[in-house]
Design a protein around this ligand. Structure first.
Ligand code: GDP
Ligand code: ZN
Length: 336
């Protein structure tokens, strides 16, 4: 480290600056430094091998960058180099795509305050399993989770009451739940208050209304939430390209358009219960310690579902995650 600094000092007198990565791709990233956006190369020594590259520098990272000597200023088309990634306060990670083999952590974003999971009441149909997994991961990584239920204008009064009863379950887990409609403007003020001055990652299937909500909330921001190929082409070699957008009044909003499915990183199958606090509360009455609430007799969780004290969909969401995490372990020969 000391030697690298001395070499850099000999070649390059420009001072290192601290900035925030707003977009990261293979070997390159964009960094907001003061009022400027710099295009930066990631130093070779920071890369740990092809599979890990996406994770070395991710959106949300705080980095030290230095303009390339003799080049135009990075704010005016020149290039800079990322010299150091500062320690992350937190991160949100999943197991990388199965085809990447092995057990590889894919960091979606670093240094975030909030994960906002957007669902629509229909078109497309909601997927509570996706919400369950993201909220479990948010708990695991120490990030607040928020659920936005959009397109409520498509429900009549009865349907609306049914939807909200279901979605409000997540409030018991400590998550905010916002009833919203980008069409009528319902919930926008509440969402704006939650996002204000914070760094948030917005996730949800294509079509749930993420861009509509954000464009209604921040007119003129021109978010293209569904844009899969970026303007810069930086995303070509990545499987997911999280991009941060500065929002008026401070803070950033990020989106991860390529996200399909989500197996949280670093949650052991037998440890999932800790991230499903409502199930965990019922497990006190399981006959067996370490009950996985699957086939075991005298299971407090199954009892609670039978009594109607715990929604079946929560149990099913838990079982689906348990099965997926076990499959991933088998596929990689991992012994727990
Ligand atoms: P994204 O893929 O999550 O960014 O979703 P979009 O914002 O592109 O919205 C997908 C479609 O849903 C568009 O046709 C929107 O007009 C529509 N839409 C978005 N929000 C609402 C809403 O609150 N109510 C209704 N009825 N339609 C909506
Ligand atoms: Zn049990």
């Amino acid at each position: 480290m000391a030697e690298a600094t001395r070499q850099d000092g000999a070649r390059n007198d420009a001072a290192a600056r601290e900035g925030t990565v707003i977009r990261a791709g293979a070997g390159h990233c964009q960094v907001v430094v003061g009022d400027e956006t710099w295009r930066c190369r990631v130093r070779g020594r920071l890369k740990q091998g092809p599979r890990q590259v996406q994770t070395v520098v991710v959106a949300g990272d705080r980095v030290l960058v230095r303009p390339v000597a003799g080049n135009a200023s990075p704010g005016a088309g020149g290039e800079a180099v990322v010299e150091e990634v500062l320690p992350r306060r937190n991160r949100l990670s999943r197991l990388a795509a199965r085809r990447s083999g092995g057990r590889v952590e894919q960091v979606l974003m670093a240094n975030l305050d909030l994960v906002v999971v957007v669902q629509s009441v229909r078109d497309p149909e909601p997927q509570t399993g996706f919400v369950d997994r993201l909220l479990a991961a948010a708990l695991r990584f120490g990030v607040d989770g928020v659920v936005v239920v959009n397109k409520l204008d498509l429900c009549d009064a009865e349907g609306r009451a049914r939807e909200l009863e279901r979605w409000h379950w997540y409030r018991r887990l400590g998550n905010a739940v916002i009833a919203a409609s980008a069409t009528t403007g319902e919930g926008l003020a509440e969402l704006g208050t939650l996002l204000g001055g914070r760094v948030a990652l917005l996730l949800g299937a294509s079509g749930v209304g993420k861009s509509s909500l954000l464009n209604a909330l921040y007119p003129g921001l021109d978010l293209r939430v569904n844009a899969v190929t970026g303007r810069t082409g930086l995303g070509r070699h990545t499987t997911t390209h999280t991009e941060l957008h500065p929002v008026p009044g401070g803070g950033f909003i990020a989106d991860s358009p390529g996200l399909r499915g989500f197996d949280p990183w670093d949650i052991a199958p037998a440890g999932i219960g800790a991230y499903f606090p409502d199930l965990e509360a019922e497990s006190a009455r399981c006959r067996f310690r370490g009950c996985l609430h699957r086939d075991e007799p005298d299971c407090g969780v199954k009892d609670a579902v039978a009594r109607g004290a715990l929604p079946a969909w929560r149990w099913e969401g838990y079982l689906a995650l348990l099965r997926d995490l076990e499959d991933r372990r088998k596929a990689t020969g991992y012994r727990s």
